[in-house]
Design a binder for this molecule. Structure first.
Ligand code: HPA
Ligand code: ZN
Length: 343
């Protein structure tokens, strides 16, 4: 294993862009389908994996929503979340800020309580058993109306102590952030953090709208912000964290080749870039796989890998005291990790 890969494995990291429903591995999908007597349009795990070939975001979303139909009970959401947290722990992830899509489940007839209760129990268990910290972010589905998002926010009111923020995901093109200005304003009044997917497929002015109208604390993806020098300057000045997802970008044809990924350019321009796995089951890798793929393709140096790990905490919603402690720990590890001496 290369030296930098070893360092990637060892560094403490935070993951800030992860859709729990997108961490549903084919094996668990089969188990839950059987348990809930749901017939899947696949006859094997291999067949599912073969189906994961996408030309754009929408082709992925169609399979993502179909896949999550096996999630029916609180225990199913517990198992889903527990499995992800175990993978993250194996990657030395110390803190997670995870998304879920409540409307995708209430639309299928599940009560709002089912997903969030199963998820919360698994997060609490990982915290008490392994000291992992977490934040939970509920996303509004942008292909649905703002009225629908308001219903989800209303349902969330009974669970507010469990919810740290709101996000915006699903089909980006044709559903600009401005469509959700009022519901984000309401969420902000409820003291929820605000994040939004923007600039994954959508143009730079979607990123601008997310900043100006949704008042986001953090930007999910943001790749296409790189087309607008004024926007780059603003993201840099305001130190808005970008949660970029290299393997996702490759699988969804946001980039043609990993060597074209904008993460290094973002780092070089002083942006607060973080590396994340998005929907790891569908995109072929968890967070360390994303760091490694990027490191190989862009020939990243040690100081850049270290900066990315630091950024993951700086861009998190952890308290400053916790962030400072992680940064110190990263510096300590990076110093220990010396290049091999010539012999
Ligand atoms: N983009 C937008 N919406 C999503 C994604 C994504 O990568 N994953 C789950 N919902
Ligand atoms: Zn995402």
């Amino acid at each position: 294993m290369s030296d930098l890969h070893k360092l990637i494995d060892q560094l403490p990291k935070a993951e800030l862009h992860l859709h729990l429903e997108g961490s549903l591995e084919p094996e668990l999908m089969f188990t839950l389908a059987e348990r809930n007597q749901i017939t899947l349009p696949y006859s094997s795990v291999d067949e599912i994996r073969k189906a994961y070939s996408f030309n754009n975001l929408q082709e992925f979303l169609d399979l993502y929503y179909a896949g999550m139909s096996v999630l029916q009970t609180e225990q199913d959401f517990f198992a889903l979340t527990q499995a992800y947290l175990e993978k993250a722990r194996g990657d030395n992830v110390k803190h997670v800020e995870v998304f879920f899509d409540p409307q995708a489940h209430t639309e299928r007839g599940l009560p709002f309580s089912v997903a969030i209760t199963g998820i919360k129990k698994a997060l609490l268990a990982a915290q008490s058993e392994h000291g992992m910290s977490y934040r939970l972010i509920m996303c509004f589905l942008r292909h649905l109306s703002e009225e629908h998002a308001f219903i989800a926010l209303e349902q969330a009111k009974d669970y507010l102590p469990w919810i740290d923020g709101v996000g915006l995901d699903s089909s980006e093109l044709g559903h600009p952030p401005e469509k959700f200005k009022a519901v984000f304003t309401a969420a902000k009044k409820m003291k929820l953090k605000c994040v939004a997917h923007a600039g994954e497929e959508g143009p730079p002015h979607y990123v601008e709208q997310a900043l100006n109208l949704l008042k986001i604390n953090r930007l999910d993806h943001g790749n296409r912000a790189m087309e607008d020098p004024g926007l780059i300057e603003r993201l840099k000045k305001e130190q808005i964290a970008l949660t970029v997802c290299p393997l996702s970008n490759l699988k969804l044809a946001v980039i043609e080749d990993m060597a074209q990924h904008p993460a290094l350019d973002m780092l070089n321009q002083g942006l607060l870039v973080t590396i994340n796995s998005d929907d790891p089951s569908y995109f072929g890798g968890y967070v360390n796989d994303n760091y490694k793929a990027l490191t190989e393709a862009l020939d990243l140096e040690k100081h850049q890998v270290v900066q990315l790990a630091k950024n993951s905490f700086i861009g998190s919603f952890l308290d400053n005291e916790d962030i400072t402690a992680y940064l110190k720990e990263i510096d300590r590890l990076a110093q220990l990790h010396l290049p091999p001496t010539e012999s």
